[in-house]
Design a protein around this ligand. Sequence first.
Ligand code: 7GP
Length: 807
Amino acid sequence: MSETFFKDKDDFIAQYRDSCRKMLGKRYEDLNERDRYFVLASLIAHKARDLRSSAADLKDEKQVYYFSIEFLLGPLLDNYLLNLGIRDVVKAGCRELGTPLDELEQREVDPGLGNGGLGRLAACFLDSMAAVGINGHGNGMRYRYGLFRQEIDHGRQVEKMDNWLENGFSWEARKGESSVLVRFGGNVVRHEDDGRYWFETEGGQIVKAVPYDVPIVGYGGDKVNNLRIWSAEPASEDFDLQAFNNGDYAQAMRFRADVEAISQILYPNDAGEHGRLLRLKQEYLFVSAGLQTVLRDFERAHGKDDWSELPTYVAIHTNDTHPAMCGPELMRILVDERGIDFDEAFQIASACISYTNHTIMPEALEKWPIDMFRNLLPRLYMLIEEIDHRYRDTFPHDRDNWQDLLAETAILWDGQVRMANLSVIFAHSVNGVSALHTGILEDTTLHGFYELTPEKFNNKTNGISHRRFLGNSNPPYGKLITDTIGDGWLKDATQLSRLGQYEDDPSFQEEFAKARQWNKERLASYVKRTSGVELDCSMVFDVQVKRFHAYKRQLLNIMKVMDLRNRLLDDPSLEVRPTAFVFSGKAAQSYTFAKEVIRLINAVADVVNKDGRVNDRIRVAFVPNFAVSSAQLIYPAADISEQISWAGSEASGTSNMKLMMNGAITLGTYDGANVEIAKLVGEDSIKIFGLRTEEVDALRASGTWFAWDVYNKDHERLGRIIDQLNDGTFAELSGSFQSVHDELMMSNDHDLVLADFYSYVKAWEELVQTYGDRRSWIRASIHNTAQSGFFSSDRTVREYNSEIWHA
Ligand code: 7GP
């Protein structure tokens, strides 16, 4: 592969120099670092695009379209160099020219086109689909501003605009000629001719959806797929010419701004934005524009007559409910624009569409008020009403509980359009993202559907791109692995299991320890730079990095630190393995509780880190602005991976996989994919604590858990921590934590922080104790990596393909 791009290092240097002149009219020597990065990225992007056009998708092959409102790509340069097999040549060339590759990479923008797990999963799937040879393309949104940049001021999260396009994005190409029109609002008009009738929408707001394409290079470079992200612009025929011609520029500009607003921002909530008109517009924009393109490509390849062939050549995957309108929109195009009969159109749509659920949090199950929906998308609403009507009409009335089942599964209910129900009714396949989660969908969240159509349900345990999260993120460990078992693991992650035979090998262990140390130092210097906190690299690095959410229980973690501090102050001779607690993650702007927990962590950090009585044994760091790029620095440095959501709340989790792959030991509950990690690594290489799902359910059902009882009976220890939330102990930085205190107590410990507290603290203590036995700890670390091959997203997309997409 590599030779087709650059014959050798000198050839790379020659091409790079040439690009500097052609792109910026300057010599390499006269460019600053940012421009040097820009030229390098553009050169590689150019090669990737070339590769894509020369390897155009074989038209006889089935294409998978992965519809997702988020793709959290992260930096791409290093990933592309690895996938194209030119990382070494480029590295050597850059070094010789003057600016080392890793310095150039610091200049790269980290596109925040996603919130968290769901968006990052979509990006991992793109990498894996291309790697395993599936024609799999992304379809999403190009937000002008990505997820906010997080700054910390006096412990508080402050949100700043993420102007990620400021210096351009070398990897994208605007495809103006492939723009399509998308209509909002208007009136549906019925036409009739010769006994045949059809519908057309007239008027309303017409928006031009403009695609930007990002080539997705698969490992080995054999397959280059496409990610298409859409931007909204005023359609020329609809630009407010009247106002413009009359010289009312302000009015004309308002019109433009109104349209552009649709792709202006990513909603910063990872759980539900119902009720916001703009969000509904975003959802329809990328669904409608994406489907128009899909159908046009199908027609070009297969002609216009046989639409029953569509499912043979096209699979449409809907990533959660945000693209749920794929079903009705596909029907609208088939029925209104291609003259297909209603029932047949439904069959075709259903055979194409599949759906993944990513959360059981009730607040994240999307619902839209019917009025709003109907006004914005009148024709789509008509179709949904008709589908709902037929669903009710043909509902099997022979079951005792049919009325409950119908109430649970109908699309329209209580003045709302229920998007999860819409998704399930259209999809031929419905999946959860871990074995436990799929079970909960079947038994609880989507139980009615499971009773009616069990054959639709299946599990696809999540995965991660091992190339990015081990290969790119952890250079010394990656190199050690390659030196030991060859580089075949980059293509086939199951080869990591060969590390099994080195778990007890002293020299491998020593090299592993060195790599870990290097990663810790790299992280420590980043933490110092970004948060001011000094981390001692001989400490245990205990890491919890993810979105802030009550169910993920960052509060439980920081309360453990508060407890540790209390005990050290009471008994200075207490033996505690020196530990650095590292937190990172963002909270939705409007999620007050989660933001207060961030402030609490920073307040505890402030008190602990400067207290000479305890800071030799505990340190706390909050790393601001968690993003893919900082995540890649954190995972490789972790000794302990905190995965402590209450059992039954986390659909899967993926940071658990990224951390274990890098050799961290999981301290976790039996939740999400932790269950599967535990099964794979065995109990010596993971630490499980806390209530199990059945116990959580039973405790809640029993009505015998009272937070105030715990407080009263356990005043010495747990009660003391609860008091410290609002007695001023941590108030110096920016006040006390009354609202956290109240939320914990008034919700009667909804997230079982108190219920799991002792089990958690005990598990943590036992775990860090074993850190002292260096050899057995390192053995367990290597064992985690060796068992992590299963969690490559290559495996996940292969399962999707063989059981759902059949591409
Ligand atoms: C997340 C889940 O919380 C996480 O457990 C899972 O690993 C990940 O999806 C990928 O499947 N959910 C979201 O990020 C999310 O936005 C709301 O859910 C729709």
